[in-house]
Ligand binder design. Structure first.
Ligand code: ZN
Length: 254
């Protein structure tokens, strides 16, 4: 009896070891269950089958990204945003370039305060607007005190050099999962356009586990980045956009 119990314990330790490796070891995770990517056998069409906990990627009815179309006019409140903190470090985690933030960077949505945790990029854009895809999209990921998620998406178009992008692109580590501190911390609001008009809808994380219940805000106005900056981002991240998902019963407000 004791032997069986020990065997079970070893097996469960091994299993939990695999789970940890697949969640955090993207650079050497190919052989692990749960490894996901953007093409081939581990691409978006297969995410829901890679791991039990990814089931929403195939079963969900409120998935992101979407094509922003059939918009309903509503009296949306002015975006309530107070970014007073900083961007502090940058990492290429193998899926995206992610910038970690700290301090009081807050938005209020539906009367609830959400704090910015990080922002990251997709090339090309994930959400599209009336069928139009943009060369890049940034996602600002916020959490409230209960762990609910609110994301602000901003589109990039090719144009002038973007000073805020240079502040972390020049610091980006060559190796995957190495975190580099920024010499010059900057306010994440520097990446925002002047006008903050937005679309509002419900959706999900656009990466496994594709969790739903995410409050999505996509700004109507784009920001600019130079051709060189956009191609560098694309070169580092590769193509990392999930295809648009069915809207189903959702409404998009503006
Ligand atoms: Zn994203």
């Amino acid at each position: 009896m004791k032997k069986i119990a020990t065997g079970v314990m070893v097996a469960s330790l091994l299993l939990s070891g695999v789970a940890i490796a697949s969640d955090h070891g993207h650079d050497h995770g190919k052989e692990h269950k749960g490894h996901w990517g953007y093409s081939g056998d581990t691409g978006p069409a297969h995410w829901g089958d890679l791991k039990d906990s990814y089931f929403m990627c195939k079963e969900g009815k409120n998935q992101s990204p979407i094509d922003i179309n059939r918009v309903i006019e509503a009296d949306l409140p002015k975006l309530d945003i107070t970014y007073a903190g900083n961007s502090v470090s940058v990492v290429n985690n193998g899926h995206t370039i992610k910038v970690n933030t700290q301090g009081k960077n807050e938005i209020v949505v539906d009367g609830v305060t959400f704090t910015l945790k990080q922002f990251h990029f997709h090339t090309p854009s994930e959400n599209t607007v009336k069928g139009e895809q943009f060369p890049m999209e940034v996602h600002f990921v916020h959490l409230d005190k209960d762990g609910n998620i609110a994301v602000i998406g901003i589109m990039f178009k090719e144009g002038k050099r973007n000073a805020a992008l240079d502040k972390f692109l020049s610091k980006l580590p060559k190796e995957i999962n190495h975190v580099a501190l920024l010499d010059e911390m900057f306010n994440p609001g520097e990446l925002f356009p002047k006008k903050l008009d937005y679309y509002r809808f419900n959706g999900s994380l656009t990466t496994p586990p594709c969790t739903e219940g995410v409050r999505w805000i996509v700004l109507k106005n784009e920001v600019e980045a130079s051709k060189e900056q956009l191609s560098l981002m694309r070169k580092v991240m590769g193509k990392n956009n999930r295809p648009v998902q069915p809207l189903n019963a959702r409404c998009i407000l503006e």
